[in-house]
Write a protein that binds this ligand. Structure first.
Ligand SMILES: [Mn+2]
Length: 326
């Protein structure tokens, strides 16, 4: 029995609808993994299937994906029939993570590539932190069951692998490379080119320009402040700063009304992004992620007025960096 067989057997027992739920503000990897899984479950006859997500999709390439691949995703606020009698399959996220809203559904299954948070009552779990993208895991569900992904889905999955592994250079596993290779010949490269050409919007460009003008560097550490509420830009801006010569670790942050949003990148083996973010938010917030990329949040009420957030983060990041003996 393959993973897909097991998952389908479970989901066929669902009392009502089955929602595929990626993390909030879905990125290309979350969107393509959800789309691929939707296709497979539909093909295998799981009834009353939908994809639901919370919060706004902000990035230009994510929006372009919805349009190019006709992704049937709905916002939680528009899912009128969603309730406690429905089941959910979490994709590219796990229960208890800061980046996913706990909807009224029962979370019966999880497919993810983030750090394993333990079984949270799932009947099915496939969590592989060593894999660089959730799209590669879903691509494997196709190939190990001898199901050829349709061209659009192959293309979406290929792009998901591309984005989450930063063009096969970040946290890439053999599975990502294998799946990349298998998907490549089935994909429409002109759509990948179109997506690459839609990675930032005109408005993003202005926000980036402001942010890059205030980058501060301390040895290999880069600090970056974004003056906007658009969370998904934070990670993307961090990716650009980490490509600066000499910078190997980036702490990017944005202040919002409710608190401080953090995004951390590390290209140094000795400094794990998830450990660094954990240190930054210790006692004041939540955070987690992978060795190379991680995120966090500090609620505003946990920061006293006298503590300047930039100074607070720099102080902690430098302490962590120096303790690691870098
Ligand atoms: Mn992912």
């Amino acid at each position: 029995m393959t993973n897909l067989d097991k998952l389908v057997d479970i989901l066929k027992l669902a009392p009502d609808e089955v929602f595929i739920q990626p993390h909030n503000v879905p990125d290309p990897d979350a969107i393509s993994a959800s789309l691929g899984l939707y296709y497979l479950l539909n093909l295998r006859g799981v009834p009353r299937l939908r994809i639901v997500y919370d919060q706004e999709i902000e990035k230009a390439n994510s929006l372009k994906m919805l349009e190019l691949f006709d992704v049937p995703m709905i916002r939680a606020a528009d899912a009128y029939t969603l309730g406690a009698e429905d089941w959910a399959v979490l994709v590219d996220a796990q229960r208890g993570n800061a980046n996913i809203t706990d909807l009224p559904t029962e979370e019966v299954a999880v497919i993810d590539h983030h750090e394993y948070k333990g079984n949270q009552g799932y009947r099915f779990e496939d969590v592989r932190p060593e894999v660089g993208s959730c799209s590669a895991i879903i691509a494997e569900y196709f190939f190990e069951n001898n199901i050829a992904p349709p061209r659009d889905i192959a293309t979406a999955l290929l792009y998901g692998i591309f984005m989450d592994t930063d063009n096969l250079t970040r946290g890439t596993s053999i599975l990502d490379i294998d799946m990349f290779y298998q998907l490549y010949s089935l994909s429409d490269i002109s759509k990948i080119v179109e997506l690459r050409g839609n990675e930032i919007s005109h408005e993003d460009l202005r926000l980036y320009a402001d942010a890059f003008s205030n980058v501060e560097i301390y040895d290999e550490l880069g600090f970056l402040r974004l003056e906007c509420a658009n969370d998904s830009l934070l990670g993307a801006a961090g990716d650009i700063v980490i490509s600066v010569a000499g910078v190997n670790i980036v702490v990017a942050y944005a202040t919002r009304e409710t608190g401080i949003k953090l995004s951390v990148r590390s290209a140094r083996q000795e400094i794990k992004a998830n450990d660094l973010v954990g240190y930054l938010v210790e006692g004041v917030g939540v955070g987690g992620g992978h060795n190379h990329m991680a995120g966090g949040f500090i609620p505003r009420e946990n920061l006293s007025e006298g503590r300047l957030i930039g100074t607070f983060l720099k102080h902690r990041a430098i302490a962590f960096y120096e303790r690691a003996g870098c």
